[in-house]
Design a protein. Structure first.
Length: 202
């Protein structure tokens, strides 16, 4: 008997979901194993940090993806208002990633944190994130130019090719500055959220 297109699509969707679920279960198991090696008294906190870092990596992918889509389309770092466009692109990417991170951290990293409402935790998470965003915007806005020049020089030395155009240098600099900012802000976010937003967990 021949399958219809809809039946084939549903079957493929089930297989994809099964693969994703198995991958997620495997990753949870790996985190649990690594956490146990830290010792019984610290295992839970190490597990939370590893989950938070995993969510952070997912957020970084969303962040960089959104940044580069915006800079390739509606917020190209060209004159006029280059600095404003860079700030808008990095700010929009940040807010998108923070929204994803809140959902994942609320339901996966800290599922036992339920003494506060979602609204209150979202507000606290958002305040912590806004402080991180303020640092990040200043960092990226200040350093995208110098990082772009350094990156262009390094690439030029490696490839022995023509220098990058100004827009490509700015995009490269924005990505390099954002890379460092993401890691600095992730450490801030973990500790601030652990001891303020999610301080009701053991």
């Amino acid at each position: 008997m021949l399958s219809t297109g809809t039946e084939m699509t549903e079957e493929m969707s089930k297989r994809d979901k099964g693969w994703i679920a198995r991958g997620f279960a495997w990753w949870n198991e790996m985190i649990a194993r690594v956490s146990q090696r830290a010792g019984a008294h610290r295992a839970r906190e190490v597990e939370r940090f590893l989950k938070f870092a995993t969510v952070g990596v997912l957020g970084a992918i969303i962040d960089f993806g959104m940044l580069n889509v915006l800079q390739a389309t509606i917020l190209r770092p060209t004159e006029p208002h280059v600095t404003l466009k860079v700030a808008l692109a990095t700010g929009t990417a940040f807010v998108t990633a923070v929204s994803s991170n809140f959902i994942w951290n609320r339901y996966w990293t800290y599922p036992d944190s339920r003494t506060r409402s979602v609204r209150q935790q979202w507000f606290q998470f958002f305040i912590v994130s806004i402080i991180g965003l303020a640092f990040r915007l200043v960092w990226v806005r200040t350093l995208y130019g110098p990082f772009g020049e350094i990156g262009a020089d390094v690439l030029g030395g490696l490839r022995q090719t023509e220098p990058l155009e100004a827009i490509a240098t700015r995009q490269l600099g924005t990505n390099i500055a954002q890379f460092f900012a993401i890691w600095i802000v992730m450490v801030w976010n973990f500790f601030a959220n652990r001891y303020w937003t999610y301080n009701d967990v053991d």
